[in-house]
Design a protein around this ligand. Structure first.
Ligand code: 5RP
Length: 222
């Protein structure tokens, strides 16, 4: 199977996973990226079985609306039953690196409001140690150089993602050459730098379930 076929398989598996959770008033949190897009397309086949969604990016919100699925402002929603999203890397503890699509801040906010976080990814994303994928950090634009200097002190090599402005109007630094042995500690350290909005480590609040697309089928890792 190709990587795209593996992504399609996990998108279908994610819908099968959440189907028993769906009721008339259920709100589903929806992530961002190519795997999340496939999930949205599969979810659309069941749009009569739940109330609506909260999206982690303008792009996902538009795709949901194009399918006729309601998208709610998070401030008007009490409870998100389940959040489904992809990842750039996952370790075996389901600590993640996210933000390759620059949606990390809204993703982390929606995760924080969700009862359960289901991560969907193809097998190339599962690693022993996080950090081969450069860690995205969303920064307030005027703080970009300051934050970059602090990230160097933490051992990384930050690179400005030129031309990218997040849905929140901020910039992204991609931090190379980090061997992330203690993801929770590093997530906390980076968040403490003045000018950082969010970093792409999802470790303090990891995924609850990883549906991993492999050549042997979709594996469920908890
Ligand atoms: C977007 C993300 C995505 O989940 C991550 O980049 C994975 O994307 P894809 O499913 O396209 O591989 O964090 O900010």
């Amino acid at each position: 199977m190709t990587q795209d076929e593996l992504k399609q398989a996990v998108a279908e598996a994610a819908v099968n996973y959440i189907l028993p959770l769906l009721e008339d008033d259920t709100i589903v949190g929806v992530g961002t990226g190519s795997t999340a897009n496939l999930f949205i397309d599969e979810l659309a086949k069941h749009k009569s079985k739940f109330d609506g969604t909260v999206a982690s990016s303008d792009a996902s919100a538009q795709r949901l609306k194009d399918h006729g699925i309601p998208v709610y402002d998070l401030n008007g929603v009490d409870q998100i039953r389940v959040y489904v999203d992809g990842a750039d890397e996952s370790n075996h503890h389901l600590h993640l690196i996210k933000g390759g699509g620059a949606a990390l801040t809204r993703e982390k906010i929606v995760v924080a409001c969700s009862d359960e976080f289901v991560c969907i990814a193809d097998e190339s994303k599962l690693v022993k140690v996080l950090g081969d994928f450069p860690l995205p950090v969303e920064v307030i634009p005027m703080a970009r150089s300051h934050v970059a200097r602090q990230l160097v002190k933490l051992g990384g090599d930050p690179v400005y993602r030129e031309g990218v402005v997040t849905d929140n109007g901020n910039h992204i630094l991609d931090v190379y050459n980090l061997e992330i042995l203690d993801p929770i500690k590093l997530e906390t350290q980076i968040n403490a730098i003045v000018g950082v909005v969010t970093n792409g480590l999802f470790a303090a609040r990891p995924a609850d379930v990883l549906l991993l697309g492999t050549q042997e089928g979709v594996k469920t890792i908890k």
